[in-house]
Design a protein around this ligand. Structure first.
Ligand SMILES: [Zn+2]
Length: 307
């Protein structure tokens, strides 16, 4: 038997054909067509999946179904609750997808949650049942896996670690409309923003006005005081937010992924140290791991929705 994992992003749709055990057999992608409020997206995905079935000589009977990761909240009834990136409103996305794809089972979930499931089933945290993942990219995404299953919540909003308020005194506004969210400090844009705000206090810094998150981590490794301050600030806020999560769900492992995680050991060390400072003692025994699957976490996790 075979199954598909589909990861729908704002620019491309990544897809993978998997066997029943979750081994990736082939991956492929198409551009995301956002014209006419994204109304062609599902049709174009199913067309490409049908092409893959033909190429591999697969019958409908040999397909277990399709798991789909989407850049918006999905409730437990399989409705997408709006998705600005794709132009989608609220509709029963699993049902719509299944109707266009031979009536096969379709399971959808939020992309950050799906990435967490991917790392838990096939990546850095393979073999652990209770896992938290945080993705540090342009924004900060999060996913929580409890006993091998995604924690979805009443409105698909569980695991939104990036929008935990870590600094109630912050005056700048987060993309979500609040002030002082983790995302404002721990995303790639957040790290650069912190550097800009502090720059006038550190005239000797080697960092330029227009720098990237990678520049900041490289400068921190080389001993630049301003860069080190920014990385320590990230560690402080991320460690604090993860301690809140750990006090509630007591995970075995915390996986850190996304572009910013390429900073590697300097980031993990900083976060783990602060986490240990804030976490409740019985919840402190946590492995901190760097994500392994990169951009494939989405298709792996999506395929794991089908079993
Ligand atoms: Zn926010």
């Amino acid at each position: 038997m075979y199954k598909f994992g589909v990861d729908v992003g704002g620019t491309t749709v990544k897809m993978g054909l998997f066997d029943e055990q979750g081994t990736l057999l082939e991956k492929f992608e198409i551009p995301t067509d956002k014209t006419e409020d994204g109304s062609h997206i599902i049709e174009q995905i199913t067309k490409r999946l049908n092409q893959a079935m033909e190429e591999h000589d697969l019958t409908v009977e040999e397909c277990m179904g399709v798991g789909v990761g989407l850049p918006g909240p999905v409730d437990e009834q399989g409705n997408i609750l709006g998705c600005v990136n794709l132009g989608w409103g609220v509709f029963p996305v699993e049902k719509a997808f299944s109707e266009q794809f031979h009536g096969l089972p379709v399971k959808a979930a939020n992309d950050a949650n799906v990435a967490a499931l991917g790392e838990q089933t096939a990546g850095a945290a393979k073999g652990r049942r209770n896992v938290v993942m945080v993705t540090l990219g342009t924004g900060v995404g999060g996913g929580i896996i409890i006993d091998g299953k995604i924690l979805t919540g009443a409105n698909g909003g569980a695991g939104e670690i990036g929008h935990i308020t870590v600094n109630p005194k912050e005056e700048a506004r987060c993309n979500c409309g609040k002030h002082g969210c983790l995302e404002q400090y721990a995303s790639a844009t957040g790290v650069v923003r912190v550097v800009k705000n502090l720059k006038s206090f550190y005239p000797d810094t080697g960092l330029q006005e227009e720098c990237s998150a990678k520049d900041v981590f490289d400068a921190a490794k080389a001993g630049d005081i301003l860069a080190m301050k920014a990385v320590q600030g990230l560690g402080e806020y991320l460690g604090l937010a993860l301690s809140f999560v750990a006090n509630i769900v007591n995970p075995q492992a915390i996986v850190i992924g996304g572009g910013v995680s390429r900073a590697g050991k300097i980031l993990i060390d900083e976060v783990e140290q602060k986490f240990q400072k804030y976490v409740f003692r019985p919840c402190r025994n946590v492995e901190f791991l760097l994500a392994k699957l990169g951009n494939d976490a989405g298709i792996y996790g999506a395929s794991a929705l089908i079993s």
